[in-house]
Design a protein around this ligand. Structure first.
Ligand code: PLP
Ligand code: COI
Length: 345
């Protein structure tokens, strides 16, 4: 059947990671101990009490995932069930009720379907970013968990998170700021973590760096992650090394990339990485849904800029990882791990 919805006209290959209103969003409400049915809502505003717990006490969490157009026009979304599960884990930590997996997944499908005019064309380098959001909407003034929740899913077309895409960035280790505490919420995708990261990010940018790279808050020694992506380093002898920590977000892209790295013959190590160990890496990258794989040229630590290569170009391992991952995401490489889900028009 011919799809009668014509794509909007945008300069797709020049898109930045910015919000753009699309045709509509999905809303599902949890009230009286039960989820209602999903509604397609025009526009991009929501209605809630000014006393909602999300506004005052931070009872909110979100997810981020991407949809891609394949060469043959199929609409593919990358590992949505992983995002559904992570939202479930996050919600539990902050005493929220998350939608079950089928509700989450069908809302993701539906938001892509209704906004397919905004799905960037195959090969443009852009994607449709999907943002599921869960907020506590009970009107309360005392600090206690909400009883009512609103699950929203919207979509917006995006380009690279870090300007230039595969162009290497420089990071700075910010010892004056912590992103998350060991027994806190660093492994949950809740908005407070991002508010906590703003000071570090802005301080890093003021010094000419793309982002802050955080150390663990307890010992101030081990690499954690940036404000919006995990970190990995590549050693001379072909090991993919990425931090293990209770206070970093378990990235779905990193989890996938660890598998891709194994598929490409690299040894994968997930373990604490001492900041001094940065000297051992010949390449490094920031990894996440928004960041994809952004090569890191160097990290400023104390007074030293630790460079991973002399080039200002992406290294060969990062390039290979990037090419394989993005080829799977857009259906160009056989999806042997069953990561892509096709959205029916
Ligand atoms: N770390 C943080 C703090 C993030 O915000 C993100 C983005 O979601 C990631 C890592 C990467 O996670 P994922 O690959 O699941 O998008
Ligand atoms: C993502 O990569 O999807 C994120 O959520 C990072 C974001 C804060 C832009």
């Amino acid at each position: 059947m011919k799809d009668t919805m014509e794509r909007v006209s945008l300069n797709w290959s020049e898109l930045s990671f910015d919000y753009r209103q699309t045709d509509g969003h999905i809303e599902v409400r949890f009230e009286n101990d039960a989820w209602g049915s999903a509604r397609v809502v025009d526009g991009d505003t929501i209605n809630m009490s000014i006393a909602s717990t999300c506004l005052h006490y931070g009872q909110e969490c979100f997810e981020g995932l991407k949809a891609f157009e394949a060469r043959d026009g199929r609409m593919l979304v990358f590992r949505p069930e992983e995002n559904a599960r992570r939202m479930g884990r996050t919600a539990k930590k902050i005493h929220m009720v998350s939608p079950d997996e089928p509700t989450f997944l069908s809302a993701v499908d539906e938001v892509i379907r209704i906004n397919r005019r905004y799905l960037p064309p195959y090969g443009s380098g852009a994607s449709l970013y999907i943002r599921p959001l869960l907020i506590g909407v009970s009107a309360l003034i005392g600090v206690r968990p909400s009883a009512d929740f609103l699950f929203v899913v919207f979509a917006t077309p995006v380009g690279p998170y870090f300007k230039g895409g595969l162009k290497p960035i420089q990071l700075i280790i910010m010892e004056d700021y912590d992103r998350a505490a060991p027994h806190g919420l660093g492994d949950a995708k809740t908005g407070g973590n991002y508010a906590a990261g703003l000071r570090g990010m802005l301080a890093a940018r003021a010094r000419g760096f793309a982002e802050a790279l955080y150390l663990d808050a307890k010992e101030n020694k081990y690499i954690e992650e940036t404000g919006a992506s995990n970190f990995f380093g590549i050693t001379k002898d072909g090991r993919y090394v990425t931090p293990r920590s209770p206070s970093i977000l378990p990235s779905i892209t990193n989890k996938s990339l660890m598998q891709v790295a194994r598929d490409l013959g690299l040894t994968v190590e997930q373990r604490p990485i001492h900041a001094e160990e940065l000297h051992e890496f010949v390449e490094a990258g920031a990894v996440g849904t928004a960041a994809v794989i952004t090569p890191i040229e160097g990290v400023q630590y104390h007074d030293e800029l630790i460079r991973f290569s002399d080039r200002s170009e992406v290294g060969p391992v990062c390039r290979k990882l990037y090419e394989r991952l993005t080829a799977i995401q857009s259906g160009d490489y056989e999806d042997t791990h069953g990561w892509t889900h096709e959205v029916q028009r």
